[in-house]
Design a protein around this ligand. Structure first.
Ligand SMILES: Cc1cc2nc3c(=O)[nH]c(=O)nc-3n(C[C@H](O)[C@H](O)[C@H](O)COP(=O)(O)OP(=O)(O)OC[C@H]3O[C@@H](n4cnc5c(N)ncnc54)[C@H](O)[C@@H]3O)c2cc1C
Length: 400
């Protein structure tokens, strides 16, 4: 047994790293932990192996470089490289998973009021190496002749490193590879965390049993606040429903990116259809996971047709709903140990951009857990401390 494994010995017994939740975060972390330290005892406790309500299965699964904080840009740069090479990283023998990354770009559009923000964001992104271009209306018309540009001042287009992929495919590829590296997936619900001084000593399961642990990771997605509360911790992560509409459009619209309109909607191609969504006016917690169709006809469709006239003849085919795990404090992820409970880690609150961040965040947190330090990417700006100290990490580009 190597010295690294010795670190996981407590009282002469190997102590488990228990991950609560086996969505993309829990599974990416489990993969990286056992990739960095083969033989590390890791258990993922997942209450629903079908992932029926998990965000990772209901996501729009897109990736952008267009953030305004260096930490988010760094995470995306690293994650897109991983997504391009998923087949190598997550292969099991000859089975090479394909997550279908399509680098179609994000296009943020701005009118008079939004243009200065877009220009400021662009300067930050360029300074941190993002491959983005700021386009004027004539350049937008040239690239996207199907776009109405009369009210636009500029558009910011990702030239590489942005697009969309198979999010559920990424989750299952991480989970299968993690299992092949010895991670145990346990079908159970975590119903309690047992505190022993400034540590968590065990997790309690819904069948009445308990799992002693060396560390616990809260990877419970939209339900993370409930898991934190089991340790008496207030985590500002709320389950906020988002509806995704699947739309058919007869016309062929070339080079269609993921477009974000100044009115607040987003749309991108999905196979030979499109998917689209918008920020709801009412945003209560824990609404039932049923799509809210009303805004489509009332608001989304008119806004879509105004921006892309071909959508006047579009047809709504169906819709689904999933939860954003919304960090209501500052809309950014909360990653790392709790300052006063050193063996309880968080990987929560991704607020609509978790799938794309999972490859890099999983690696960085695995480094933090196994060595006590971040190496590949410093995620300290995403630490829990900022919540306790009231220091929000402000990001200009949030897609509600
Ligand atoms: C409509 C929509 C669009 C999105 N679009 C994008 C996008 O374009 N790009 C992007 O990067 N991200 C996007 N996201 C966000 C992304 O999907 C999430 O950030 C990511 O999937 C979160 O992964 P997770 O593993 O933390 O959570 P989940 O996938 O929800 O997994 C959490 C798991 O924990 C389990 N669990 C919870 N509590 C317990 C417990 N007590 N015991 C045992 N198990 C438990 C649950 O069953 C669940 O399987 C979108 C999300 C939605 C809903």
């Amino acid at each position: 047994m190597g010295p690294s494994i010795m670190r996981w010995q407590v009282g002469g017994q190997a102590s488990e790293i228990v991950i609560v939740g086996g969505g993309v975060m829990g599974s990416a972390l489990a993969y990286w932990l056992t990739r960095l330290e083969p033989g590390l005892p890791v258990t993922v406790v997942e209450r629903d192996p079908t992932y029926r309500a998990a965000s990772s299965a209901l996501s729009a699964a897109s990736i952008r470089q267009q953030y305004t904080t260096p930490v988010n840009i760094g995470i995306s740069q690293w994650s897109v490289k991983f997504l391009r090479e998923t087949a190598e990283h997550l292969a099991i023998d000859d089975d090479r998973p394909d997550v279908g990354l399509h680098e179609g770009g994000y296009l943020y559009l701005a009118g008079t009021s939004g243009a200065p923000v877009l220009a400021a964001a662009h300067a930050i992104q360029r300074a941190h190496g993002a491959d983005v271009a700021l386009l004027c209306p004539a350049e937008l018309r040239e690239r996207f002749p199907w776009l109405a540009t009369d009210d636009l001042v500029s558009g910011s287009l990702g030239l590489s490193g942005e697009g969309w992929f198979d999010g559920y495919g990424l989750l299952t590829a991480f989970a299968r590879k993690a299992r092949s590296q010895g991670v145990r997936y346990l079908r159970a619900e975590v119903v309690g965390l047992e505190r022993a001084g400034d540590r968590i000593g065990a997790v309690r399961l819904d069948d009445g049993s308990r799992l002693a642990c060396g560390s616990v990771v809260n990877a419970a997605g939209p339900w993370a606040r409930g898991v934190a509360a089991m340790a008496g911790i207030d985590l500002p992560v709320h389950a906020r429903r988002r509806t995704v509409f699947v739309i058919a459009c007869r016309e062929r619209l070339e080079r269609f990116p993921l477009l974000i309109d100044p009115t607040g909607f987003w749309i991108r191609p999905e196979g030979d259809r499109f998917i689209a969504g918008a920020v709801p006016h009412e945003d209560a917690d824990d609404l039932p996971l049923e799509p809210d169709y009303a805004p489509f006809e009332a608001e989304l469709w008119p806004a879509l047709a105004a921006r892309i006239p071909a959508f006047e003849a579009a047809r709504l085919e169906r819709a689904w709903a999933g939860y954003y795990e919304m960090n209501t404090f500052d809309h950014n992820a909360i990653v790392g140990p709790h300052p006063s409970l050193a063996n309880l880690y968080f990987v929560n609150g991704f607020s609509g951009h978790g799938l794309q961040q999972a490859p890099a965040v999983g690696l960085a947190l695995a480094e933090r857990i196994t060595t006590g330090r971040y190496a590949t990417i410093d995620l300290a700006p995403l630490g829990f401390e900022r919540i306790l100290e009231g220091r929000p990490l402000l990001e200009l580009n949030v897609i509600g």
